[in-house]
Design a protein around this ligand. Structure first.
Ligand code: IMP
Length: 176
């Protein structure tokens, strides 16, 4: 039986919130006098969020980098420790803004932050479009969050359901 689905967050709501997040992040950089930043977005899920958000961030010298992180694979449940792949060079001494689609258990963010600290990043701030209400397995507290959502499987606007449906403009959820 196909699970029932419904729209959770519309593209208009996303657009408005992403603009606000851009402003909040720009203010933080201004306040902390940070003018040199690497925005590190995680493929594939953050593809649209990062592309939209970055264009609302004001920062004199902003570089864009990405790493690939996967914990769900083709399943709709976490497959344990996240796999992280990609070029990890060049983060030494840099201010990094980590941008991802969803803060679920927090394992992915924790793994990336640990690596960045090991590499010698000067500072790390984090921004997630969604924060899922589940028990977190990490001590990491996100700096910026777009929307707090219930514990449901969501897809669209870059998020996948078994690698499909990333192209939907709205964010959908499967009914439980
Ligand atoms: P975490 O490591 O448990 O925080 O999970 C983070 C990653 O799992 C996210 O970057 C997503 O790729 C994926 N993920 C978690 N929840 C969902 C969901 O509801 N839909 C699609 N992907 C999800």
């Amino acid at each position: 039986m196909t699970p029932k689905k419904s729209i959770l967050i519309t593209s208009e709501q996303i657009k408005k919130r992403v603009e606000e997040l851009g402003e909040e992040i720009s203010n933080m950089f201004r306040q902390e006098k940070i003018s040199d930043v690497i925005v590190l977005w995680l493929a594939e899920g953050a593809i649209f969020f990062a592309a939209d958000l970055i264009r609302h961030i004001e920062c004199e010298n902003l570089q864009i980098r990405s790493l690939k992180a996967s914990s769900y694979g083709k399943e709709l449940f976490s497959q344990g420790d996240p796999k992280i792949t990609g070029d990890e060079s060049g983060f030494e001494g840099k201010h990094v803004l980590l941008v991802d689609d969803i803060f679920d258990t927090g394992r992915t963010a924790e793994a990336i932050c640990q690596r960045l600290l090991r590499i010698g990043a000067q500072s790390i701030s984090t921004c997630f479009l969604l924060n899922k209400k589940v028990e977190k397995t990490t001590s990491i507290t996100p700096d910026f969050i777009g929307f707090d959502i219930e514990d449901a499987y969501v897809f669209g606007y870059g998020l996948d359901a078994a690698e499909a449906m990333r192209n939907l403009p709205d964010i959908w959820k499967f009914e439980k």
